[in-house]
Write a protein that binds this ligand. Structure first.
Ligand code: NAD
Ligand code: GLY
Length: 360
């Protein structure tokens, strides 16, 4: 066990800790403090459960507990699977002081968190994120939900966890592409609001790509600190929280155009951040040299930055019009004034976006 770092998401009576440490999963007394009642449902999937469920279940000895192991994949982030979690809570005879534990990546975290938001109009839940993306982004901030055939994350609730337990050792089993995809979200925090962190990432890029444990722990802690601060200042995304979508409007369009699963989320975001940075330069908002620095960092980490061959600029633009951030039919993008200085730009001309998409 390494020493545990503790951060705080400051939301008044709903404030909660983020505990980060190597092997913390095996230190149940540390994280069991966050569980208030006697009933616990652990939700995981067929990939993560064989690796880490036993340790969590052992840590819950003495409580009335059940486990639900769902199939692995975004296609199972559905109302039907959420219904299975609710049925499992019913079978457990869970009271209002029951707790749901989400053990897995962002898919399990979003789904299990939504089940906790729905059961008896909201019970406790604990996030134990095991993918890098979930550790630096989705487990913090209380966005929970599931997909509909009509679109991603269309059904959901803001429901904050009681605690986030990040065991950085779990990353040792994460597939390489998933790991690098998570690093895109780490770079995002430097890009949108922290030049010093961006400089540090440039300094430690190779160590991060090689999963050096100290570099990874530091990157996770600094990312969570950013996310916690933004969530504390703007829980419901009335303003600043939208900056977390830097690169995402392009990225979501790319994910949809290329078919879900072909490009991982972080890969699409990496390409999207490079496009957003270059569009900012096209519009005279930011120096081109900053876009070049971002592109170099992403490449060193092993992330893609080029649009996939054969991308159709007009089709991508149409997909960007479907983004949830848009208001009154205008594309609302997160651009930047340079590294560490992102801002919301409410009405970017189609011609400028098309030019950028066609320039690659
Ligand atoms: P994921 O949950 O599908 O995990 C990626 C893959 O890694 C899966 O196959 C998973 O089983 C596997 N995995 C996870 N941890 C592992 C480990 N330690 N060892 C081996 N394999 C492991 O995807 P993700 O990238 O973690 O999350 C994406 C989801 O998160 C999307 O549904 C997205 O909408 C959501 N999301 C939510 C928020 C939010 O704020 N709530 C933010 C960003 C993304
Ligand atoms: N990942 C975006 C958000 O939490 O707001």
């Amino acid at each position: 066990m390494s020493p545990v770092r503790e951060l705080n998401v400051a939301l008044g009576a709903r404030s909660y800790p983020i505990w980060i440490g190597r092997g913390i999963l095996h230190d149940a007394p540390h994280w069991r403090r966050a569980i208030r009642g006697r009933h616990v449902l652990v939700v995981s999937n067929t990939t993560v459960a064989p690796l880490y469920l036993e340790a969590v279940v052992a840590g819950l000895a003495g409580l009335q507990q059940a486990s639900l192991v769902l199939p692995d994949g975004e296609q199972y982030k559905t109302l039907a699977c959420c219904g299975e979690a609710l049925e499992a809570l019913a079978a457990l005879k869970a009271n209002r002081d029951a707790c749901v534990i989400a053990l897995g990546g962002g898919v399990i975290g979003d789904l299990a968190g939504f089940a906790a938001a729905c059961w008896m109009r909201g019970i406790d839940f604990l996030q134990i994120p095991t993918s890098l993306l979930a550790q630096v982004d989705s487990s913090v901030g209380g966005k929970t939900g599931v997909n509909l055939p009509a679109g991603k994350n269309l059904v959901g609730a803001f429901h904050q966890p009681r605690a986030v337990v990040i065991d950085t050792d779990t990353l040792t089993t994460l597939p390489e592409r998933e790991y690098r995809s998570g690093l895109a979200e780490v770079v995002k925090y430097g890009a949108i609001g922290d030049l010093a962190f961006f400089n540090w990432l440039e300094h430690r890029a190779e160590a991060l790509a090689a999963r050096d444990s100290d570099a990874v722990a530091e990157a996770i802690a600094r990312s969570c600190l950013h996310k916690a601060g933004i969530v504390a200042r703007d829980e419901r995304e009335d303003g600043e929280r939208a900056l977390l979508n830097f690169g995402h409007t392009f990225g979501h369009a790319l994910e949809t155009a290329s078919g879900y699963g072909r490009l991982l989320h972080g890969e699409a975001v990496a390409i999207g951040m490079r496009l957003a940075a270059q569009l900012s330069s096209d519009l005279g908002l930011a120096p081109g040299a900053d876009a070049d620095r971002l592109e170099r960092l992403l490449r060193r980490i092993g992330l893609p930055v080029e649009l996939p061959a054969g991308s159709d600029a007009s089709a991508l633009l149409q997909l960007m019009y479907l983004d949830k951030k848009n208001l009154s039919g205008h594309i609302r993008l997160i651009l930047w004034r340079g590294i560490g200085a992102a801002e919301i730009v409410p009405d970017v001309a189609d011609a400028a976006i098309l030019h950028r998409l066609r320039s690659g």
